[in-house]
Design a protein around this ligand. Structure first.
Ligand SMILES: Nc1ccn([C@@H]2O[C@H](COP(=O)(O)OP(=O)(O)OP(=O)(O)O)[C@@H](O)[C@H]2O)c(=O)n1
Ligand SMILES: C[C@](O)(CO)[C@H](O)COP(=O)(O)O
Length: 242
């Protein structure tokens, strides 16, 4: 992997309500090791020398408490905490408008387990090709199923990847793609989609299966376990158990 050359900005989107998690508190504020999931995510980017600014996008009702987190956890790279939109894509667009760097990543606030080395691979790839996303090859056989619950197709697994964040782009490209999508009323579930539809290639960088998006209740114990394993490997205490 080539070294990352540029200084990067990150939009961390965390304005969702977490309907699939079903908790009263939005999932990004649930605690793991006594710290909100969102703070774990922010600290990962705060600690990277290639990252110079972070824009945090949250629910309107959560702006004040997130500004308090920024102070409490000394997140000096967080330049603004903004109120997001009704869809993830709207939240990204709002965040992008406030970033000043030539290169940007978009990351889900609820993916706290991404590693700095995976982020670096993605940035490095994007600096070469303009647009790159982290992803992992799917391990299961995937079926397309109709409304009656009957299998209608089995796509070739060798071409299937599960897409993660961060997703990394030259900022001007991503802004143009989002403006076009907004103009045409296109709504996708990730940022690669808004770029792909312009006919611009987006490259996949192989990431890690542990970069889970905390989405449903069974993800929480798994995330807690992974976080504990990360802390152990950092201190060297977990080697025997592995
Ligand atoms: N209007 C929205 C919707 C989602 N997100 C963020 O996008 C990320 C990925 O979305 P997802 O896991 O789908 O989160 P939620 O929308 O909160 O979950 P759900 O779909 O279960 O309601 C999350 O960090 C979420 O907070 C956002 O910033 N603005
Ligand atoms: C961007 C993303 O994390 C890629 O997997 C995901 O698409 C966003 O969340 P959702 O679960 O699709 O709403």
């Amino acid at each position: 992997m080539e070294a990352v050359q540029a200084q990067w900005g990150v939009v961390v989107v965390a304005a969702g309500r977490g309907m699939r998690m079903g908790t009263k508190e939005s999932k990004q504020y649930l605690l793991l090791q006594d710290k909100p999931i969102l703070v774990h995510t922010l600290e990962l980017f705060e600690g990277m020398e290639e990252v110079s600014e972070i824009i945090l996008v949250v629910g309107e009702q959560d702006v004040a408490r997130c500004e308090a987190f920024v102070r409490e956890y000394d997140l000096i790279k967080v330049k603004a905490v903004l109120a997001g939109g009704s869809e993830r894509q709207h939240s990204v667009r709002i965040g992008l408008q406030s970033l000043g760097t030539e290169w940007v990543m978009v990351h889900d606030g609820v993916r706290p387990l991404v590693t700095q080395s995976a982020v670096r691979s993605c940035m490095s790839m994007a600096e070469n090709v303009e647009a790159a996303v982290l992803a992992v090859p799917v391990k299961d056989t995937i079926k397309q199923v109709n409304e009656a619950g009957v299998i209608v197709a089995t796509p070739d697994r060798r071409s299937l990847w599960a897409i993660q964040t961060p997703q990394a782009f030259r900022r001007s490209l991503l802004i143009r793609a989002h403006e076009q999508a907004a103009l045409e009323g296109f709504l996708g579930t990730d940022d690669a989609m808004v770029v792909e539809r312009l006919g611009i290639p987006v490259s996949v960088t192989e990431g890690e299966y542990t970069n889970i998006k905390i989405t449903t209740p069974e993800d929480l114990p798994w995330a807690a376990f992974l976080l504990a394993s990360n802390s152990k490997s950092k201190t060297g205490k977990g080697e025997k158990e592995l």
